[in-house]
Design a binder for this molecule. Sequence first.
Ligand SMILES: C[S@@+](CC[C@H](N)C(=O)[O-])C[C@H]1O[C@@H](n2cnc3c(N)ncnc32)[C@H](O)[C@@H]1O
Length: 438
Amino acid sequence: MDVEIPQALNPGYIGDAVKAAVGHVVSGHAHSTKGSSNASIQATAKVFGAIQGHWLSACLGVMLQLKVADALVDHAASSSSHDNAPAGQPAAARGAANGRGAAADDDDSAGMSIQQIAAACGASSPTATSHLYKVLRVLAQHEMLDELPGRKFTPNAATVQLVQGEAPSLGHMASHLINPPKWDAWKVLPQAVQQGKTAFVLAHGMDVYQYGELPEQAAYGEEFMKAMSFFTRHSLAGGATSLKDAYDWAGARVILDVGGGRGELLSSAMSWAGPQAKGLLLDRQMVIDSIDIPGMFEAKGVAGAAGRLTLMSGDVRQPFPQQAQQAQVDALLMKHFLSAFSDEDCALILKHCREVLAPGGSILLLQTLVPEAGDRQHNTCEDGVAPGLFAIEILAQCPGGAWRTLSEWQALFSAAGLRLAGNTSVGCNMNLMVWKAQ
Ligand SMILES: C[S@@+](CC[C@H](N)C(=O)[O-])C[C@H]1O[C@@H](n2cnc3c(N)ncnc32)[C@H](O)[C@@H]1O
């Protein structure tokens, strides 16, 4: 049924006086036409969208830091276990299934009241509860959770993903990306751009990896690693072609993952390559020390992983360790890794990569591609990742780094004597680029 919205309440309604004023400001003429005023309103809407994106991110930061998603999902799970609803079914869905409606106010299981949430999040003074309510209300308007009548909230599909538990999740990724140390960097972005510096270094006096190695930032470092493990698994999900099908893994006897994190990708590659494959992983010492071989490799069916795996610590700007030099690598993986380095460092790293490749071996570059200039169709990936914005996130954190366009990668690789032998979209935001010696 169509409902007529009174003009005064309709945000799309703009009175004639306002139209005239906007037309005057934009065109410099008092006699604005309808077309020009609409165009200017649309342009204004884009600017407000950009401004408000920053505020929405700050509100999401509140939800993450106060662990609101964890409280809501825990509450829904414990409510579910108290009645005969199917296990794991959220309270709201259960209310609907019972025929009482999800918004049953008197039913403690139909969502959590703002007072309960505030108490669980350490924000229980009346003013804090009122602040939190307003933040959660706007997050509900943006579908991060659902609001019910009576200032109650229930988890939805996004809330469930924002839980920051033991297993790597979108919650860890979101918290990592919008946590205070990163905000410090965004605050000084204008100066960093003007001075050609790295914003994170300007804000903290060190790069993001050095920061994560500080003993007092252990939780930050751990969250970063969980965020990366989540993003690897996520980026390769969905899409028309899977990474498993996009490459002849059976032909890879030796696989090296450079900057491979905790082995999320290498363990999958080894499981696809079969029981004869050997794996090597190169990363920083603190990452190598945190790798759980049974939990990551054996769990994915890489039988006898400990005997087939070589874990190496080192800095990729130095020649790779001896074990890699002797390995004759068939498939050298780099996922969301090379993008952290400047063009000069990339040239050095590619030289080191070439030194360990077997004749005929391939470099498998897995990156989210920034669209080429003028290509507006690929501004946003299927999962909402905007590669051009992520490019700035990396630019702000990693000296000289940025996500790049295909032609920018081609320039770097061809200068290193490598040619593009294949480029396939794999997963929801990822391309597999295969490079071979020219
Ligand atoms: C963005 S993460 C990507 C990890 C993994 N490839 C993935 O996609 O999940 C970058 C990785 O590079 C490692 N790294 C950063 N600088 C490095 C360096 N100079 N030498 C070796 N590893 C480095 C980090 O420890 C981290 O594990």
